[in-house]
Design a binder for this molecule. Structure first.
Ligand code: ADP
Length: 394
């Protein structure tokens, strides 16, 4: 039983064929730089990487090339469904859904909330429906896991009419990853499914953290858009919104330009002036580059403050989970963040942290309650598992 997982962005389409029963990933790859001369299809099969140029290809041509590749690899016969990552489901989706015309219409209604992501997600759905007629397609939403947040967590203290009129509320993102690692943490710790208080920190290029109480998201750091919350690679995270008017007025540029800078030129990149890449920032900080050192300090400080805040809705902390490229790989970020949170009873185990917690059930602290741990995320597998579940339900 295999599932094709698709994640279509504006200029890329990531794909993987996964058997959700065994977690085996048969093939994974990306069609990237779409709509340009340098467009290509790159994939990994049986540990071997390969690539094919697709000059000028758009999503249509790229996905057709993916299907041809899957046919050549003999991977289309056992396909039972296609799982699509959909970024913004607004308040309309609280779980993964079989794609129907009604579901497509609702995803379209969410375009104002996710103008950059939902349109390419919809393109992927349309093309996959054409390429696999009659096959079940499933939408898995980044926002769905957070639909269990209570009103007090999702409401902004702004004129309340904005909620009804414009959907102004906190939605949260990275839900598929938070859900996956929170589940895995239960397996690793033995915490009961109906009694646990976990904070998950997904730290990649985008970063968000979530409070998970007994399997449900009860608060998260991202909001209406993925700009809110902790400091990220190029996004500022939460800042005083008055900065926008102030800088736009000072520079005499449109406010949208300042908003773009908060999304694309801030975070690690903005503070360091060098890069959005944490590995590089750590290297430069180590060589004495002052603004990289500040970026690293600020990242861990802001993160720790947010994580501490996320314990409020839980009332206690059983486990703090690090995941994503930074969370899984940066010994330094984990160490500093845990040290900031010593007052919660977390005591770093430097040796365990240095080996990513491997061989120690991922635990990077001394003692088990509370504990901090590393859990590698696998959003594609979660999408494949959701898709298979919906296929089996019929
Ligand atoms: P995305 O959100 O695009 O999926 P990833 O989850 O792959 O991104 O995370 C990318 C981030 O992880 C980058 O900032 C990268 O520098 C960081 N990273 C990867 N490996 C390491 C490492 N060994 N040490 C520190 N940071 C790392």
């Amino acid at each position: 039983m295999n599932v094709l997982v698709l994640n279509c962005g504006s200029s890329s389409a990531k794909f993987a064929v996964i058997d959700p029963r065994t977690s085996k990933e048969h093939v994974s790859g990306i069609a990237q730089r779409l709509h340009s001369d340098g467009a290509s299809l790159d994939w990994k099969f049986n540990g071997t990487k390969a690539s094919k140029a697709l000059p000028g290809a758009g999503h249509d041509e790229a996905l057709r090339a993916v299907v041809t590749l899957l046919q050549d690899l003999g991977l289309t016969d056992d396909l039972v469904g296609v799982g699509h990552r959909v970024v913004h489901g607004g308040s309309k989706f609280s779980g993964s859904m079989a794609i129907t015309p009604e579901v497509v219409a609702k995803i379209e209604e969410c375009i104002p909330l996710g103008p950059l992501h939902n349109p390419p997600n919809l393109i992927g759905i349309r093309i996959a429906q054409e390429l696999f007629p009659g096959m079940l397609q499933v939408g898995v939403f980044d926002t769905a896991f957070h639909q269990t947040m209570p009103e007090v967590a999702y409401t902004y203290p702004v004129p309340h009419e904005w909620l009804e009129a414009y959907g102004v509320r906190r939605y949260g993102f990275h839900g598929t990853s938070h859900r996956f690692v929170a589940r895995q943490a239960l397996v690793q710790t033995g915490l009961p499914a109906d009694h646990h208080a976990i904070v998950t920190a997904h730290l990649g290029n985008g970063c968000s953290c979530t409070s998970v109480l007994n399997g449900r998201s009860v608060d998260t750091t991202m909001g209406l858009t993925p700009l809110e919350g902790v400091m990220m690679g190029t996004r500022s995270g939460s800042v005083d919104p008055a900065i926008i008017g102030h800088v736009a007025g000072s520079l005499r540029v449109p406010e949208q330009q300042v908003l773009d800078a908060l999304n694309k030129k801030s975070g690690l990149l903005g503070v360091s002036g060098l890069s959005n890449d944490m590995r590089f920032i750590e290297e430069q900080a180590g060589k004495g580059h002052a603004r990289s050192a500040l970026a690293l300090d600020l990242f861990c400080y802001v993160l720790a403050k947010s994580l501490a805040g996320l314990v409020v809705p839980l009332g206690r902390l059983d486990a703090l989970v690090f995941t994503g490229g930074i969370g899984e790989n940066s010994v330094t970020v984990r160490a500093r963040t845990v040290q900031h949170l010593a007052f919660l009873g977390l005591e770093l185990d430097p040796a365990a942290n240095a080996v990513h917690g491997r061989g120690q059930h991922g635990r990077i602290t001394v003692g088990t309650r509370p504990q901090a741990m590393v859990v590698p995320t696998n959003e594609e597998l979660m999408i494949a598992m959701d898709t298979a579940e919906i296929v089996q339900r019929g």
